[in-house]
Design a protein around this ligand. Structure first.
Ligand SMILES: Cc1ncc(COP(=O)(O)O)c(C=O)c1O
Length: 388
């Protein structure tokens, strides 16, 4: 991707809208502006666009169309699933999740704790892996829902969600997976699986921001989060974001058609970058479960250096857009909760960088990073207060 000369390797944060997606959206931002719920024939095109998008998404997920609810984002889907489980199973007051979830789940859990819900956060080992034995110890008959991400946004780890779902069901609990980083990237077959809820977000798979979906398995007890009109068969109120939903449908179709080829392609780019950095960058450390991670993601720590400084220098040198493992909380830089949960040592914790590729990256992007980053690391390391 060479727009504005930018080397964009931050695709786990968001992706560009695919040209085909954009083109599919245009009619619903221009001439076809009817409300899909209106009774006149002018509403037929938007209503059909929603049906068609639902069918494409169902196909990508191996699900039935009536199991897909369009939402505004991945965060809404996560909130809906977990709140729904607590609402429909009032006798159960416990949520089991992991220490490495996205804020969309973790922040909700903190709120729920304030309202008397008990939340168990499964710890991870130094590779970011959870233990199923530990899960067996904490999931019990008081558990309303177990929520575990399919793939981690920072380190790319893939989690054993089917095994966890089985444990949840042994205790009568529901199972939700935040698959925002997995949909369109890993094969998913929900029909016949033991997953009750699955969240996804359009902007991670080349659809626009502000559209998502929640899969709710047939016959799963469900409580509406957004109440109002009868959209989405009464399960999510609000006039549909027709253009974005149409775009998401096309993005889902493209993802399904190209998944295998695309994942092999991004793995080639990621592996080339990883090999190059390991060979030239003074002892970096690759984070995560390298055998079980998304093929597009490289999380890497450079000890004694601030990740933010690396990011700044990479942008100044070659307009490289990546991400650090830090999050800005009230003006101070907090190291990543994922790396902290993994017990990454203090000298590496602040120096983490995440590179994440998409189908639009090229070998030239990797070459640019390999040209500039080793020099930046050497320079910043020489300035480090540890004097190494
Ligand atoms: C794993 C995961 N869950 C949830 C979200 C939130 O999705 P959205 O931005 O659509 O609310 C993200 C986005 O970064 C994510 O990576």
């Amino acid at each position: 991707m060479a727009d504005k000369g930018i080397v964009y390797v931050d695709n786990n944060a968001t992706t560009c809208v695919a040209k085909e997606v954009f083109e599919a959206m245009v009619p619903f931002l221009t001439n076809e502006y009817a409300n899909p719920s209106s009774p006149h024939p002018f509403a037929a095109a938007p209503a059909e666009a929603i049906d068609s998008a639902r069918a494409s998404l169902a196909e990508l997920l191996g699900a039935n169309t009536d199991e897909i609810i369009f939402t505004s984002c991945g965060s809404e889907s996560d909130n809906t699933a977990i709140r729904s489980a607590l609402e429909t199973q009032r006798g159960r007051r416990k949520v089991v999740t992991t220490a490495v979830e996205h804020a969309a789940v973790l922040s909700l859990c903190r709120v729920l704790e304030k309202h008397g819900v008990k939340v168990e956060y499964l710890p991870v080992d130094k590779y970011g892996r959870i233990s199923l034995d530990q899960a067996r110890r904490v999931i019990d008959d008081d558990t309303a829902i177990v929520s575990c991400m399919w793939a981690n946004n920072e380190i790319g780890n893939i989690y054993p969600i089917h095994e966890l779902a089985e444990i949840a069901h042994e205790h009568g609990a529901l199972f939700h997976t935040d698959a925002v980083q997995a949909v369109g990237k890993v094969p998913i077959q929900l029909e016949g699986s033991n997953i009750d809820f699955l969240s996804l977000s359009g902007h991670k798979l080349h659809a626009p921001k502000g559209v998502g979906a929640l899969y709710v398995r047939r016959f799963t007890p469900y409580a509406t989060f957004l109440t109002g009109g009868h959209q989405e068969r009464g399960r999510r109120a609000g006039t549909e974001n027709v253009a974005s939903i149409a775009g998401l449908g096309v993005a889902a179709r493209l993802a399904k058609e190209n998944m295998e080829k695309e994942q092999t392609y991004v793995k080639g780019l990621r592996d080339k970058l990883e090999r190059g950095l390991l060979a030239t960058c003074l002892d970096p450390m690759v984070n995560g479960d390298v055998e079980h991670r998304r093929p597009n993601t490289l999380s890497i720590c450079f000890w004694d250096i601030e990740g933010e400084s690396i990011l700044l220098r990479m942008y100044e040198a070659a307009k490289i857009c990546a991400s650090s493992g830090s999050a800005c909380t009230s003006g101070s830089l907090e190291p990543s909760h994922v790396l902290r949960a993994m017990g990454v040592d203090y000298r590496s914790l602040h120096g983490s960088i995440r590179f994440s590729f998409s189908r639009y990256n090229t070998e030239a992007d990797v070459d640019v990073i390999l040209q500039v980053l080793p020099g930046i690391v050497k320079e910043l390391r020489a300035l480090s207060p540890y004097g190494r």
